[in-house]
Design a protein around this ligand. Structure first.
Ligand code: FAD
Length: 321
C-alpha cells in the first residue's frame, strides 16, 4: 500500500540542514511510491520549499508564525499537529537532531503512535519497510517494524544517502495556525561562536584526546580538518582538561557522529567515547601506545607521536587537495 509520508525540514542559520534531505530519502522508501510531503515551520521558511522538492518531496506545506522563529516544543508541536490533522499521513520522518529528539516523542504521544528513533538504514519499502537502529551504544543493531499505525521514525544524520538533487516542480502551500498558550517564549538566542562545518553532519572529523596535551595542540587538528573540509571533535578527556569546548565532545554523553572519515589522535578508545564514533565509515587512529583500545575499532592504525604524524598527514594532503 502506497503511503503519504510527512517529513520535517529543518533549517539552521539560513539554510536547510542536510539531514532533511536524508529524511526525504527515508520517506520515499516508507511511502512505497506514495506521496512525500515536506513540512517547514518557522517565521519565514517558504523560500526553502523548492529545495525540499528538488531533493524529492512531492509538495511542501509551510507554517509561518512569529512564535516559530525559534524552536519551542509547544510552538512546533501545535504547528506540526495542525499539518498532521490536515493531511492524515501514514508516515512521519524527522532528523534525529536536537529538535527531532525533542519533538518526535511529543507528537508520537499525541497521536498514540509508536516511534522508532535513531534509524540508520531501511530495508524494503512501503508496507515491507524494516528499520535498522543501533542498540547498546552502537555495539549491535536491531531490525524493527511497527505492527500497526503510523510509521514514525527519526533518522541519524550521515547514514541514509539523500536522493540526487533534480529540477522538479511541486506545490508549496501555506497553512495558517494560531500558535497560542506557549509556556516558553524565546527572547534571544546567544550562540557560542562556532565556525566552519557542523560536527554532527561533518563528513570528515579530526578528533583529539588528552594526548593532544593543550589547547594549542588542537590548532594542528583544526588545520587538518579545515584542509579536509571537516570539523574538529574531542574526547571528554580533552574537554575535561580544558583543551577545547564541551560542544566538541563525542561519545555517550556527547555527540554521536557517523562521518565518512574519523581521525582519532591521542584518544585511548574508552567505551564511552566509542559509543559516539564507532559507526564511522573509516576510522584512522593515531596513538603512541600500540595497545590502545582505539585500534580495535580502527580501519587504519598509526602507532606514533601525533605531533609528528598530524603535520606529516597535513603536508601530504596539501599536495593532493
Ligand atoms: P586518555 O584515556 O587519557 O587517553 C589519552 C591517549 O593519548 C592515550 O591512549 C595515550 O597513549 C595517547 N597519547 C598520549 N600522548 C600521545 C602522543 N603524543 N601521540 C599519540 N598518542 C598519545 N569520554 C568521551 O570521550 N566521551 C563521552 O561522551 C564520555 N562519556 C562518559 C560518561 C561516563 C558516565 C563516564 C564515566 C565517562 C565518560 N567518558 C567519555 C570518559 C571516558 O571514560 C574516558 O575517560 C575518556 O574518553 C578518555 O579520554 P582520552 O582518550 O582523551 O584520554
Amino acid at each position: 500500500m502506497a503511503k503519504k509520508v510527512l517529513v520535517l525540514g529543518e533549517t539552521r542559520e539560513g539554510s536547510l540542514r542536510n539531514v532533511s534531505f536524508e529524511a526525504i530519502a527515508a520517506a520515499k522508501k516508507i511511502s512505497g511510491g506514495g506521496e512525500v510531503v515536506g513540512v517547514l515551520l518557522g517565521d519565514s521558511v517558504a523560500d526553502f520549499g523548492a529545495e525540499l522538492i528538488a531533493y524529492g518531496a512531492d509538495r511542501v506545506i509551510t507554517v509561518e508564525h512569529p512564535h516559530l522563529k525559534s524552536y519551542t516544543s509547544d510552538g512546533y508541536g501545535q504547528a506540526f499537529m495542525a499539518v498532521v490533522e490536515q493531511e492524515s499521513p501514514e508516515g512521519l520522518v524527522f532528523g534525529h537532531t536536537a529538535v527531532g529528539k525533542d519533538l518526535a516523542p511529543k507528537i508520537a504521544s499525541k497521536l498514540q503512535a509508536g516511534l522508532i528513533s535513531d534509524v540508520t538504514d531501511i530495508e524494503g519499502e512501503g508496507a515491507d519497510a524494516v528499520f535498522i537502529r543501533p542498540i547498546f551504544s552502537g555495539k549491535a543493531f536491531e531490525k524493527v517494524k511497527l505492527k500497526e499505525g503510523i510509521d514514525f521514525i527519526t533518522v541519524r544524520a550521515n547514514n541514509i544517502a539523500p536522493l540526487e538533487k533534480q529540477e522538479r516542480s511541486g506545490d508549496v502551500s501555506s497553512l495558517s495556525v494560531d500558535i497560542t498558550n506557549l509556556r516558553t517564549i524565546i527572547k534571544n538566542v546567544v550562540r557560542k561562536s562556532a565556525e566552519g562545518v557542523d560536527l554532527s553532519e561533518a563528513k570528515v572529523i579530526v578528533a583529539g584526546g588528552r594526548g593532544v596535551k593543550s589547547a594549542d595542540g588542537f590548532e594542528q587538528l583544526h588545520e587538518l580538518a579545515n584542509l579536509l573540509g571537516g570539523a574538529v571533535g574531542a574526547s571528554r578527556g580533552a574537554c575535561d582538561a580544558d583543551y577545547c569546548d564541551y560542544s566538541l565532545q563525542i561519545g555517550q554523553t556527547g555527540k554521536v557522529v557517523t562521518p565518512d572519515l574519523y581521525i582519532a589522535a591521542g584518544i585511548s578508545g574508552a567505551i564511552q567515547h566509542m559509543a559516539g564514533m564507532s559507526n564511522s565509515k573509516v576510522i584512522v587512529a593515531i596513538n603512541k601506545d600500540p595497545e590502545a583500545n582505539i585500534f580495535k575499532v580502527a580501519d587504519y592504525g598509526i602507532v606514533g607521536d601525533l605531533f609528528e604524524v598530524i603535520p606529516m598527514l597535513t603536508e601530504e594532503f596539501k599536495k593532493v587537495m
